[in-house]
Design a protein around this ligand. Structure first.
Ligand SMILES: [Zn+2]
Length: 484
């Protein structure tokens, strides 16, 4: 008769994380209504709840970009093929993933159009028109956009053929300015990943084989997911003068000579939503850090049949009070059992649940349950917004600390190849090892263990050791991991 039993199984139907992490992830994405598969292979539909998480991430990054002097603009989705072909390494790197438009308006196009896999080519072309003199520099532009990279194997948020991201593109007078910008953005990314998403990251430089096609140097932030695999969460590239030379972005310098600009580009994407899910989620579903939670608080009225008369008015008052204090709150007044509602909002990762029944009203209190620790406490209705705010801050801190502890417990050192292989074979995570800098060694390690160099933190020191795989002296300490 009712659809309740079906819904109950809906909530509990999540594969345990420990049993099959990958299955668990897909279950959470689908059951929490974050995304759905689309009729287009490899493309996902981001559903409102998932999109709300992305919007909160996006707003935090957008604000930080603007605070550091960047402005937003928008460039076309299509790039004439000849433009993409101008930077040799760039086109070679992206060729396998590029989608083309060959027809338009019922006619075959004279020149195929590339659907942007990234926008260096089109933006570089425009910068060449806009930059004349050193007075026009720096250019500090960001765009929020979709890009397309044809993928064979996809996974919602983590790897899809079309995804949303931001791409910053800057042009500078000198190498040092471009380098400072590249590292400033890397720091900004790391700070926001930790402060907003409660996702601790390792900052470092990529090896040559992992760097962006056409860049001088690529830096990344790398996070560790709940199954011990690493996820590249953002990249910042010093492009040197490679794109400036390919696209003829020149300027008259202060000394009247004509020079090429120095460029950077940097991006984070909807992949971050996947990072949030896999960093904090548990067997009951999502666990959202308050700063990216579409609802920070859910109010569930408790009571007998007449709860709409006895409890609901007070629940609505509390909702208004919390909303006025800037807290994102929803009131679940559906005709379902409270237990069913609890499971539903746990699945969706809402940080705090407020239960209010007739007895609570008599005591002028509410029962508050934390999603992260599942602790319950009774809070007085007096000064409730400030107490809730305090709890949300504490949850945000707890989640970061917990994730940091997990990361540290899953980070080990290995100085011999046997030890390295043994660790990678068993419990995964980061393995820090000395590396000689040879691409051949790096490739062999990947072939043997599936692990890649995620990045190399810029400590400024060279380890006094030999490479973990060969006997040559190490050039750097590399953080290895199996990755998404
Ligand atoms: Zn080596």
């Amino acid at each position: 008769m009712s659809k309740k039993p079906e819904k109950e199984s809906f909530v509990t139907e999540i594969t345990p994380r420990s049993q099959d992490f990958s299955r668990w992830y897909l279950d959470v994405v689908r059951r929490a209504e974050l995304a759905d598969y689309s009729p287009v292979k490899g493309c996902m539909v981001i559903r409102p709840y998932g999109y709300a998480i992305w919007e909160l991430i996006q707003q935090a990054f957008d604000q930080a970009f603007k605070e550091t002097g960047h402005v937003n603009a928008y460039f076309p989705l299509f790039i004439p093929e000849s433009l993409l072909n101008k930077e040799a390494e760039h086109v070679e790197g992206f060729a396998p993933q590029v989608a083309y438009v060959t027809h338009g308006g019922g006619e075959e196009l004279e020149e195929r159009l590339v659907i942007r896999p990234t926008s260096e080519a089109i933006i570089g072309t425009m910068y060449a028109k806009w930059v004349q003199s050193w007075r026009d520099l720096p250019i500090l532009i960001n765009q929020w956009a979709n890009v397309v990279r044809w993928e064979k194997v996809t996974r919602p948020f983590l790897r899809t053929t079309e995804f949303l991201w931001q791409e910053g593109h800057t042009a500078h007078e000198t190498h040092d300015e471009a380098q400072a910008e590249t590292l400033m953005i890397l720091d900004l990314y790391a700070r926001l990943a930790e402060e907003v998403m409660a996702m601790p990251v390792v900052k470092g430089i990529k090896s040559d084989s992992e760097k962006f096609a056409g860049a001088l140097r690529t830096y990344s932030i790398e996070a560790l997911m709940g199954d011990g695999r690493a996820m590249q969460a953002g990249t910042s590239h010093n492009l040197g003068q490679n794109f400036a030379k390919a696209f003829e972005i020149t300027f008259q310098a202060r000394d009247k000579t004509v020079q090429h600009v120095w460029g950077t580009s940097w991006g984070v994407s909807t992949r971050l939503v996947g990072g949030v899910i896999m960093t904090h989620g548990d067997d009951s579903g999502l666990v959202l850090p308050p700063r990216v939670a579409p609802y920070q608080v859910v109010i569930v009225p408790i009571g007998r049949e007449n709860w709409r008369e006895t409890v609901l008015p007070r629940a609505q008052e509390i909702q208004r009070e919390l909303t006025a204090a800037g807290i994102r709150v929803t009131l679940d007044e559906r005709d379902e059992r409270p237990g069913w509602k609890f499971a539903e909002w746990e699945l969706r990762g809402v940080p705090l649940r407020l239960e209010i029944g007739p007895k609570d009203i008599e005591k002028s209190a509410v029962l508050v349950a934390r999603r992260d620790t599942r602790e319950k406490q009774s809070l007085s209705m007096d000064g409730l917004p400030a107490r809730i705010r305090g709890l949300l801050d504490e949850i945000q801190r707890t989640l970061l600390e917990r994730a940091r502890q997990f990361r540290d417990e899953h980070t080990q050192r290995a100085d011999t190849y046997d030890a390295f292989k043994q660790i990678m074979d068993g419990r995964p995570g980061f393995v820090i090892s000395p590396w000689c800098g040879s691409a051949a060694c790096e490739a062999q390690i990947k072939a043997d263990t599936q692990a890649t160099i995620r990045n190399m933190p810029m400590t400024g020191t060279v380890p006094a050791a030999t490479c973990v795989r060969c006997d040559n002296p190490a050039k750097a300490e590399a953080w290895f991991a199996k990755s998404y």
